[in-house]
Structure formats: C-alpha cells, structure tokens
Write a protein that binds this ligand. Structure first.
Ligand code: ZN
Ligand code: ZN
Length: 353
C-alpha cells in the first residue's frame, strides 16, 4: 500500500483558511515525515492554502528528497529559509529562541509576524488511512511474536534488565526498526510503579511480572502490556488480575466511533472504583498510537472530545498496590464501525510460569 502524501497536504491546506493564514510552516520532524515522507532530524515544509508545498532540509538529507513528490531546497537553517510574514507556525514544535530569531529576521526584512497555531497536523494524524493501519498491525504482530518467543525464557533468576533486553532484541531480530519506547519490566513490588525502569532485581517465585513494550515498524508504534505470575498466584494476585482483565474488556467494548473519550475511560474505571481500587488506578485509560507512541486522542476522566473511525488507540487499565505489586493489561486496537479491531493478540488469560 502506498501513502498519498499530496492528499495529506491537501487536507492540511483545506484547514488553513479557518486560521486566517496563507500557509503553515511545519517544523515537527514527525509532521514533516507525515506530510512529505522525508525521515530526518532537520527539515521543514511550508504548506500553502492552495495545496502547494516547499520542503527545506540540510545537505545530509537533500538526496533523499529527490524521490519525493514535493520540491525541496537545501538550507542549513530550514525554518529560516521558509519563514515569511503572516505564516502560521507549530507553537508546540518551535522553540521560543527560534521563534524570536525568525521574527527578528522578518523585522530586518521589512516586518511581519509569524502566527503561532495549535496542533493542526496532529489532528489530521489521529484518523489513519489503511496503509498506516497495516503498518501498525505489523508492528503489533512483531510485538506478539517477540512475547511468544521470550515467554519460555522467563524464570526466577533473570533480572528485569535482562528480560527487557530479551524482548528488545527479539523485536529487532523479527524486523522492528527498534523498540517503540523504553521497555518496562517490573517484578514483584516494583510492579506498583506504573513506569518502572528495569533494574538488576531478579525475578522470584511468587512475583507478578509486568512487561510493557512494543515494536516500531516503518515509523509506526505498537504498545502492549502483559502481567504474568511466577508460580501459582496467591488469592490477592488472582483477584487483582481478574479485576483488571474485566476492566480492560469493558474499556475495549466501549471503543466505538462517536464515543466520548471520558466515557470510554469510565467504562473501565467504574469497575475498578466499584471494587474499592479507584485510588490505585492513577493514569488515563489509553492513548492514540501512530508515528508517535503517545498521540491524540487520549482517554481519561477529564479528556474532552469523541473518538472517530479508524483511530488506533490503547486500552490499559492498571492497579498498583504500594510495596506489594501491580497488574496492567494493555492492548493496541483500532476503532471501527461495528466494533474495534484488536491488533495485539497475545492471550489475556493469566499466564502462570
Ligand atoms: Zn504500554
Ligand atoms: Zn500505552
């Protein structure tokens, strides 16, 4: 499946008149990639209201632009090359220092302001086309396969760091660009920390072990969490797991185009609160995934907005008991009319190793 970058630029161009700018100067590298296909750490693209565009990048990447469907110029100062009076800029992507420098340059050349704007390209990116969904589907399949391959190696004595490395290496061997983010492995009491960084703590019999990881494939991210038990689970561990699993299922079933972000969150959170663990679930239910690991939309009690069709998103409730441990179960899915499509297919039965 090929990606139609011109169609994406046309959608952006159509959004510009509402913001009363003749063009948007896009400087976020991931947004430049989305609009042109250029993967770089230093590029900018000016997209005009008539749909035409001009790309600027430095001499490291200029050769790559020849294969693209947008004209390109070489410039060390990519934003400065394209800045013009009255154009919009991405306020979240440009530093204050760059903004001031560009405005000072415009002043010297006769004046004119830049117009800081919100996340216009991010809003376009939330709804994916089928080519993007295929890449995320593949990223999730690599993630599932890596977990299946590493599962037989999980045993007492392995450290959190060593287990994280096994997952990372396996995803890369299977064809991932690289891990989608810093892999989390949290054993026993460390499982009470949602974003625990792996340590040299060894896994022990009786531990719940939470693994949160994913593959990146052609720039697109997968995100999955599973919690397993080393040895027969205690009653509290099984109860906690069953509760998180039911909450996760309720969250998945609430994922439908048109649903309010906070209602999807509430579908899962309500079950956890009813069981008396509301205070132990302290993060949002999920987030969009795509060219970034965390992107619009976000699911949480105070999130506004509604889901659209073809939005890849995670559902990841967790319960974290201080000094005892925790459980989190996370899938990546995509909203569809008629029910979400599940991308991460690893079982959610409690795996007892
Ligand atoms: Zn995750
Ligand atoms: Zn996540």
């Amino acid at each position: 499946m090929t990606i139609d970058h011109a169609a994406r630029r046309a959608r952006l161009a159509a959004a510009l008149p509402a913001h009363e700018v003749p063009a948007l100067l896009v400087t976020s590298p991931v947004n430049v990639r989305y609009l042109t296909g250029l993967v770089s750490s230093n590029a900018a693209v000016l997209v005009r209201a008539d749909g035409s565009a001009l790309l600027a990048t430095d001499n490291r990447y200029i050769d790559k632009t020849r294969a693209l469907d947008v004209p390109a110029v070489e410039a060390p100062d990519v934003a400065g090359r394209l800045a013009a009076p009255g154009v919009g800029i991405e306020a979240a992507a440009m530093t204050v220092a760059t903004f001031r420098r560009l405005e000072a340059d415009l002043e010297e050349n006769g004046g004119g302001r830049l117009v800081p704007l919100g996340p216009l390209v991010e809003e376009l990116r939330a709804v994916k086309d089928e080519a993007e969904l295929e890449l995320i589907r593949t990223a999730c399949a690599l993630t599932d396969q890596a977990f299946a391959d590493v599962l037989p190696l999980i045993a007492p004595g392995l450290t959190e760091r060593a287990l994280a490395r096994l997952l990372d290496n396996r995803m890369t061997e299977l064809g991932a660009d690289k891990p989608a983010f810093d892999t989390i492995v949290a054993a026993g009491e460390n499982g009470a920390i949602p974003h625990h960084a792996p340590t040299d703590r060894e896994l022990r019999a009786g531990d719940l072990v939470t693994m949160d990881f994913g593959a990146r494939y052609h720039g697109y991210h997968a995100d999955m969490t599973r919690t397993v038990c080393l040895g027969a689970p205690a009653a509290w561990q099984r109860d906690l797991y069953d509760l998180v699993r039911r909450a996760q299922r309720a969250g998945r079933h609430a994922l439908t185009p048109g649903a309010r972000a906070k209602d999807v969150d509430a579908a899962a959170r309500g079950l956890i609160e009813a069981a008396g663990h509301g205070e132990h679930f302290r993060h949002g239910l999920g987030h969009g995934v795509g060219l970034e690991i965390h992107e619009d939309p976000f699911l949480g009690p105070s999130r506004t907005g509604r889901l659209e069709d073809r939005v890849p998103i995670t559902v990841e409730p967790g319960i974290y008991l201080p000094e005892r441990g925790g459980v989190r179960i996370e899938d990546t899915l995509v909203t569809r009319e008629g029910g979400p499509e599940l991308f991460t297919k690893t079982t959610k039965e409690l795996l007892v190793l």
